[in-house]
Design a protein around this ligand. Structure first.
Ligand code: OAD
Length: 260
C-alpha cells in the first residue's frame, strides 16, 4: 500500500489549522532524513551510533584534535552540499507563504529549510555552511587569543583554515555539546513557541535541551501540539495530534488538505 494514501488528516485539525493565526514549527534531523542526511539517534543509521560526539562535537575535542574534527565536519558538509530539500522542507515553506505569523525553529545545521525557500528560520544549533573564528591559535602564533567576529562561507579542501584577522583556527559555526546557544536565537525561539496557536514538532527525538523544552512551553501556553515522527518520543503522549509517518509524506498532505 502507498503510505501517502494512508495518511488521514482529522477534520478538526484541518479546521483548527485554518483558524490558527500563529504557527510555530520545530524541526530536527528527521526532516532531512528523506534528503539522505543521516540523523543522530536512529538505531543503525544515526551518526551517534557510529561516532563518539565527545571526540567530534565538543570544544575540548576541537582543542585536542582540530584536524579530526574538521575532517568529520567536512565529510558532513559534503553530504549536505550534495543533498536537496525534500517535500517536507517545501511544504513548510509553502505554509509560510500562506500565513504571515509563521516561525520555523530548526536544530539542523544543513541549511535545507533556507534552500527550500523558508525565510523566518531560527537556526538554533548554527549553520554548517559557515566557519567562524575559534579563538584557538595555531601552534607558533601569538598566545592569548580571544575569539574575533570573523565568519565566512568559504571552506577549503583540507587542513584547518586560519582566521585572516587574528590567525586563530576557524571552526564550523555550529553549537557543540557543552556550549551555549546564541542568546538571541533562544530568546526568539521561546517567544514564538509561547505565543503560537499551533506548534509542530517534526523529526526530532526531543533528547537535546533547550530545544526539547520548546514544545512543552507551547503546551503550557495553550497551543495545540502536533508531532510528526515515525517513532514515539517523550512528547508523543502530550501531543494532541500524532502522525507516525515520514515528514515528507505527512506535511504535503497537511498543506493540501488545509491550505489548498
Ligand atoms: P535525532 O537523531 O536525535 O532524532 C531524529 C528523529 O527523527 C528521530 O526521533 C526519528 O524517529 C525521526 N525521524 C527519522 N526519519 C524521519 C522522517 N522521515 N520523518 C520524520 N521524522 C523522522 O535528531 P535531533 O532530535 O534533531 O545537536 O537531534 C537534536 C540534536 O542532537 C542535533 O541538533 C544535534 C544532535 O546532537 C548538535 O549537534 C548540537
Amino acid at each position: 500500500m502507498d503510505t501517502a494514501l494512508s495518511i488521514s488528516v482529522p477534520d478538526e485539525l484541518i479546521v483548527a489549522l485554518r483558524q490558527a493565526r500563529s504557527i510555530t514549527v520545530l524541526t530536527g534531523a528527521g526532516i532531512s532524513a528523506e534528503s539522505g542526511i543521516p540523523t543522530f539517534r536512529d538505531s543503525q543509521t544515526g551518526l551517534w551510533e557510529k561516532y563518539d560526539p565527545h571526540e567530534l562535537a565538543t570544544p575540548e575535542a576541537f582543542a585536542r584534535n582540530p584536524e579530526l574534527v574538521m575532517k568529520w565536519y567536512r565529510w558532513r558538509r559534503d553530504i549536505i552540499m550534495k543533498a536537496e530539500p525534500n517535500p517536507a522542507h517545501y511544504a513548510l515553506s509553502a505554509i509560510e507563504q500562506k500565513l504571515s505569523d509563521f516561525h520555523l525553529i530548526t536544530q539542523n545545521v544543513d541549511g535545507l529549510h533556507l534552500r527550500a525557500g523558508s525565510k523566518n528560520v531560527i537556526q538554533l544549533h548554527g549553520d554548517l555552511n559557515k566557519l567562524r573564528c575559534s579563538g584557538i591559535r595555531a601552534p607558533g602564533s601569538q598566545e592569548n587569543a580571544s575569539q574575533c567576529s570573523f565568519s565566512t562561507t568559504e571552506w577549503q579542501e583540507d587542513g584547518i583554515p586560519l582566521c585572516p584577522l587574528c590567525g586563530s583556527f576557524l571552526r564550523p559555526d555550529v553549537v557543540w555539546f557543552g556550549e551555549h546557544l546564541s542568546e538571541d536565537a533562544l530568546k526568539a525561539a521561546l517567544a514564538v513557541s509561547k505565543k503560537c496557536d499551533a506548534f509542530f514538532s517534526i523529526g526530532t527525538s526531543g533528547m537535546v535541551e533547550p530545544a526539547a523544552t520548546l514544545a512543552y512551553e507551547a503546551l503550557r501556553s495553550g497551543a495545540m501540539v502536533i508531532e510528526i515522527n515515525p517513532h514515539p518520543t517523550p512528547l508523543s503522549v502530550y501531543s494532541q495530534y500524532l502522525f507516525q509517518q515520514p515528514a515528507g509524506q505527512v506535511l504535503p498532505k497537511i498543506v493540501m488538505d488545509v491550505w489548498k
